[in-house]
Design a protein around this ligand. Structure first.
Ligand code: GCV
Length: 685
């Protein structure tokens, strides 16, 4: 949103010819936002003032719906707009009464806003707009951010300052950044936000907080952003009763939150009714239940479906939805944590009401640097599954490490589950094309805080940007998105752009290599989740590093094959067999699924990566590859000193230095620890 003047003279002249005035035909709040955005962008981009007038001339940029603009209504394609749904739009060159114009047309004003941002992106990224003919509509319906923001202004796993929501000031005092937040999200098509942490404080549902939430909802509404809340399942329980019972309480007057008790169901119905009085377009609830100490229906021997259905019933009259999280891992379900969510949720397929999503993280454990896909995807054909990915870099160096997440999310989206044979990708599941879900959704655990640069690390903004772009269109490539972001945020110089893109593109793989190569996972410091702690072997079993890496005198890795925990059986054939066999299991998941001897010859594997090394040497190689990449990134960035904004330069440079040190610490700590078992020298390149 920097809107810098186009430097290329020829292109600038062309743009000036093609855009010489602007006509926005509606007068809703959204249309006013469109006008404001165009007033602040086009004159700057084109380096000249532009008239905003209704009259259509050659070079008018006309923006309207068939309702607000008679010219658009008369156009042949106006009927097709209906097929584009609420958010879709056209950007088209056309002639109106002999005048050559560009139009942005949509069925709803929000489609116009999305189309406007698309058009601005084209100009900012120096695309041709002659004979333009773009039709766009999102592939996924609910494109939400999940904030893990607490009411005391801390952010769980947040590395960009405090919460953006100033609860003490709301609803009276309005931070201007709420508008910028809404603008930024609308510019990438995000259309909903869950304001509070899934480890939900029940107070969020008290009237005093609902008034604050309503204020934010009012601000976000014209930007097409609906507000959702995380709900605590114990909300109906009275605080006094809970105190007496020595458990966490709620805000109600009951002694139970059992979903089969009529008074509990009534409590939720009344609460929901109250919420809609404050927020008429409230989106619904996100719920973390019976997970990591949060209350849930299982406390009363009821199922996740029973709990979710109770809330869904209350929300249904208002078109609200429930997003019920599948992030559960109670130890009594299975000794292997990776199998638990599948085992709990698959039997419930078909038991959820239609306005419920089951929301699952991308992998079966927890946002590790790399995991195979959560096997639940594809295994619940009757239940719309919502994908949850994490923008905040909980396990990827917080806001200290430069890690571009587009390649990661693309790997997941393209992961073929084989649920209905080949091409049953994760993307096809969550966009509903495979199972014909009636609702589709994606959630991104956000990396936004109140830091001046929003995300802590300047490059973390690219992940926010990417999330929105992929939620709208998961077929975009990681390179394309990087190009767009770099051009709009940093530079249009081709060589500089290439260097920055190459830094970004390999940064995720590098991070995996210096943290958890070859399928290792969950060997970070307990609680803090930043540095390495492979020796951690105390406390809750499935939080110990030793539980995951299983290093011993023989080898390394978790045997999840059919001779071990048999987690491989949760995948569809032929994946099941591919993962099950050491020889065919992709190298990137090797230690995820297998316990491999230290002297195992990597060349015995049919599938991959012709390496003549033994496992131990390969492990050393990977760790060193990871740190080498960070050294190179640091050098690449240094070479750009005179080519990028000085403030951004120093900020990134300082963080790269930290990343360099951290990467070496990860490598050395892990290799020295594993060496105690492998009893072999650390092979340096
Ligand atoms: C919000 C992990 C994180 C927790 C997080 C949890 C979840 O365990 O470390 O901070 O809690 O996931 O997704 O519910």
């Amino acid at each position: 949103m920097k809107y810098k003047k186009i430097e290329d003279r020829t292109l600038l002249e062309k743009y000036r010819q093609m855009i010489s005035s602007v006509a926005v035909t509606g007068d809703s709040k959204t249309c006013r936002i469109i006008k404001d955005e165009l007033k602040r962008s086009l004159p700057q981009l084109l380096g000249k003032p532009l008239p905003f007038e209704k009259k259509i001339k050659s070079g008018t940029l006309l923006i309207g719906t068939p309702r607000s603009s008679a010219s658009i209504k008369r156009m042949r394609f106006s009927k097709r707009l209906n097929q584009l749904g609420r958010d879709g739009y056209f950007i088209k060159s056309t002639t109106i009464k002999g005048k050559t114009c560009i139009i942005i047309a949509a069925r709803k004003d929000i489609g116009l806003l999305y189309g406007t941002f698309h058009f601005l992106r084209l100009i900012q990224t120096q695309q041709q707009i002659e004979n333009i003919n773009i039709v766009s509509q999102p592939k996924i319906q609910y494109r939400l951010l999940n904030h893990w923001d607490n009411l005391d202004s801390t952010v769980e796993r947040g590395y960009a300052g405090k919460s953006l929501w100033k609860w003490n000031d709301l609803p009276k005092k309005i931070d201007k950044r709420y508008y910028d937040y809404a603008r930024a999200n609308a510019s990438i098509g995000i259309n909903g936000t869950v304001l509070n942490n899934v480890n939900a404080n029940p107070n969020i549902l008290r009237p005093e907080y609902l008034k604050k939430v309503a204020k934010l909802a009012d601000i976000f509404r014209p930007y097409g952003i609906r507000v959702f809340l995380s709900a605590n399942f114990s909300s109906p329980i009275s605080a006094q009763f809970a105190f007496e019972q020595n458990r966490k309480g709620g805000i109600g007057n009951l002694e139970t939150s059992d979903p089969s008790v009529p008074a509990v169901r009534l409590w939720w119905k009344n609460k929901v009714k109250e919420i809609y009085k404050y927020i008429p377009d409230f989106g619904g609830f996100l719920v973390k239940a019976n997970s990591e100490g949060m209350p849930g229906p299982q406390d009363y021997n009821k199922t996740h479906a029973d709990g979710a259905n109770m809330l869904a019933e209350a929300l249904q009259p208002y078109n609200g939805i429930v997003m019920w999280r599948a992030f559960v891992y109670n130890a009594d379900v299975d000794p292997d944590r990776s199998k638990r969510s599948y085992k709990e949720f698959v039997p419930l397929d078909g038991k959820f009401l239609p306005n419920i999503f089951v929301q699952a993280k991308n992998g079966p454990i927890d946002f590790q640097p790399r995991e195979p896909v959560q096997p639940l995807f594809g295994a619940m054909p009757k239940t719309p599954l919502m994908l949850e990915i994490q923008l905040t870099q909980e396990y990827l160096g917080h806001s200290k490490h430069l890690v571009y997440l587009a390649p990661m999310w693309k790997e997941y989206l393209q992961f073929d589950t084989y649920a209905k044979g080949p091409s049953s990708t994760l993307a096809s599941i969550i966009d509903g094309s495979l199972e014909h879900y009636k609702m589709t959704g994606i959630a991104g655990v956000t990396n936004i805080g109140d830091d001046r640069n929003w995300c802590g690390h300047f490059f973390a903004q690219a992940n926010w940007y990417t999330y929105g772009r992929l939620a709208w269109d998961h077929s975009l490539t990681a390179e394309q998105i990087a190009n767009e972001w770099i051009m709009m945020s940093l530079t249009k110089d081709h060589d500089v752009l290439k260097t920055i893109r190459s830094m970004m593109m390999g940064s995720w793989e590098a991070c995996i290599n210096y943290m958890t190569p070859l399928g290792l996972h969950h060997i970070m410091q307990e609680g803090f989740h930043y540095g390495p702690e492979p020796s951690h072997g105390e406390g809750r079993e499935d939080w110990r590093s030793t539980y995951y890496h299983r290093a011993d005198s023989i080898g390394l890795g978790y045997n999840r094959s059919s001779t071990g925990s048999n987690a491989t059986s949760q995948y569809f054939p032929p994946l099941r067999e591919t993962f099950d066999d050491v020889k065919t299991c992709p190298e990137k998941y090797l230690l995820w699924f297998h316990h491999i001897p230290w002297d195992y010859k990597m060349s015995e594997r049919t599938h991959s990566e012709k390496s003549s090394k033994i496992l131990w040497e390969e492990l050393c190689t990977k760790y060193y590859l990871g740190t080498k990449y960070v050294d190179e990134m640091t050098a690449q960035w240094s070479s750009l000193k005179s080519s990028v904004d000085p403030e951004i330069y120093s900020h990134v440079q300082a963080r790269l230095e930290i990343q360099k040190t951290d990467a070496a610490i990860w490598r050395d700590t892990c290799l020295q620890y594993f060496q105690k078992f492998s009893k072999r020298p650390i092979s340096t390149p």
